[in-house]
Structures are given as C-alpha cells and as structure tokens.
Design a protein around this ligand. Sequence first.
Ligand code: SF4
Ligand code: SF4
Length: 384
Amino acid sequence: MSMENNKVTIVPCEDYAPETVRAALLRALDPLGGLDWVRPGMRVGLKLNLCAGRKPEAAATTHPVMAAELTRLLRERGADVVMGDSPGEPFTGVVLNRIYAAAGMAAAEEAGGELNRDFSHRDVSFPEAVTARSFAFACWLEKCDAVISFSKLKSHGLMGMTAAVKNLYGVIPGTVKSEYHFRYPDPMAFANMLVDLNEYVKPVLCLCDAVDVMEGNGPTQGTPRHMGALLAGTDPYEMDRLCAWLLNIREEEIPYLTAAKERGLLSGEGTPLCREEAEPFRLTDFQRSGATSSWFVSRPGDKPFRKMLKKGLALILRSRPKLYEGCTGCGHCAKLCPAHAITIRNKKAVIDRSKCVRCFCCQEFCPSGAMRVQRSFVARVLSR
Ligand code: SF4
Ligand code: SF4
C-alpha cells in the first residue's frame, strides 16, 4: 500500500465483524502515523453520518461497528470520545435518541463512547469564507479538541454523492439546514458553503465507511451495494475525488470538488491518489441518483457562451421531486421543505412546482421512499 502525501488511503474491509473493522482501521491509519496525535484526556468528536433513523443494514448511516472500533482505538490512547450528527429533523433528544437506537449506536456506547446529547448551537462567523461567512454551528463539536469526520459513501440527489465533504453539513443544526438550502438554492453556492464548513471545522482525520455503500435513491432510501473498502486520509477533497472515481462519477459532476478546485484546495490534475489500490473496489455500474442538478455547474475556465448554454440546458433538463406510490401523508416532507412548496391533501403530498427550489430535502427525508428524484422528460428521452 502506498501513501501519496498522506492525503488518502484505501484498504479492504470485507465485512462489519469487529475484528475485521479493527484490523482495517489500523491498516488504513498506519500510513498517516496511526493515532499518535491523540493525547490522554483529549476530547475527540466523531462526526458520524446519522442522517436518518435507519438500520445499519440499510447503508444510510456510518456503521456502528466502525464507530465502536474507532472509539476503542481512541480510548486505548486515553482519549474521551463523543459522537453524533445533526440530521435534517429537529435537533432534539427525542429525535436523536430514536436515530441512535435505529442505527445501532449502543455498540459505540458499549465501546466507551458518549452519544452526543448537547443540542445547543450558536452563530459563528468565518470571515475567510467564500459563501457562508456566518452560520449556525452545533456546540458539541466546538467543545472537542479534535474532530474526526467518519462518513458513509452514498449517492446523493443534489451533490451527486456524499462522502467526506458533505458529511460536515451535519455541523449545522437540524431544521436550520433546510433554511440553508433555501439560502443557497444554486448547486454551486451550496457546494461552496460545504467547502466553507470543511475549512472552518478542519477535521484532523477523515474516514469513510465504504464496506456497504448506497446506490440509487440515496442518501437515505437507496439500495445497499457491497464495495468492501475503508478510506482514511487528512484531505476531504482528495478523499472525495477518489470516492467519485470509485463510483464511476466524473469529478466535474460533483459541484463541491469543482468549488474546491476553484479555491486551490484541490489540484486540477484530476487523477485520484491511490487509484491503483482502489481499482479492485471500483463499481463501474454504480446506479446514481436520478438528479441532474450537478450536470450544469459551470467549471473553471468555462467560456461565457458555455456558461449561458449550461444555464439554458438546466432549465429544460433539471430533475425535480416526484411523488410515487407509498405516500402515507405523514407530512414530514411538508415540515422540512424550505420553500414551503408541499401541502398534504387527501393524505398525499402535493408539490407546488412554482415554489420548489429542487433541494431534494423531501426525497432525502421521506421515510417511505415515496418521494423520489425524477429526471425531466427531455433528459429521459436523451438518456434512452
Ligand atoms: S411524500 Fe413521504 S414524507 Fe411526504 S407525506 Fe408522503 S410519505 Fe410523508
Ligand atoms: S418540494 Fe422538495 S425539492 Fe422542492 S423545495 Fe421542497 S423539499 Fe426541496
């Protein structure tokens, strides 16, 4: 296994047996100097992906054994470990306790970790930001001496995929996240905001659970797919460049990688590090989310005519949320929709398309999988 610049590495991890996961973590961390930076008494925050109350087998959340085994390694170094996330639902004990239980986080507690129960947040300012110069920030992470981002590799409606960079969207508390979709409706503005969050938090380490990834209707209602890998690194952008390559998605189609490149945070060369080591794990037939939002993001160096063309194409080719069978009329989507574009009529969700900003929060948080991303008619015809 080679390690170029200690920025990213990938190792096999065939299943979620504790001994397999522990061995994979040690192997992945070794080229990064292991956990030598951890000091006794240090408080380490694990920012997991706990986006919804789904069982570990659904591949929507960071697997509890991953969190548990990392906790054990950190505890052996004398660190205190606290872990959590802020999903799109209200950032409260009731919601988080339900998600912790569903996602099997008791295993991480048994390993000596603390599940976060501080649901306060405060406004922070970040003058160096490109987009988010001030934002609401979950306080539990502020109280940590170091933050580790432990993401899950999945397809994603708005951003094409979610891994290390998108994982930090969870530092924004609960339903405030929906407001941010409204504040940054353009995929590139949203992408820049994600990069701002990564630059603010600067996790000391990024890990990505890619043993079972999610394809199709991600990031919560897609289909689990075995990849058998664990990624580790110090650079979230390089990690996600490799993740995009693993899922056979061109990095130009991931808006936040474009944003990172424009800001000089990711080299423009486009060759993922560790590509040779990653080859056995690559899913060339990975099923992507139906969304096309990221296709029309202007790239660095695009001429004005090309930018205009993309804007025009976006108008006719952009995907939209669509209700399929299985809606229970629970109203969850209506509560979360930042544009207030959804009402419940006759126990079914109805979308006012004139208000919709195509953030796909409704698709992401629909508990029954009834709300999905649908490509436009023209995009469907063209892709036949
Ligand atoms: S679309 Fe989903 S979230 Fe919305 S009302 Fe129907 S079941 Fe509930
Ligand atoms: S209807 Fe869905 S995609 Fe449209 S703004 Fe509301 S949550 Fe976002």
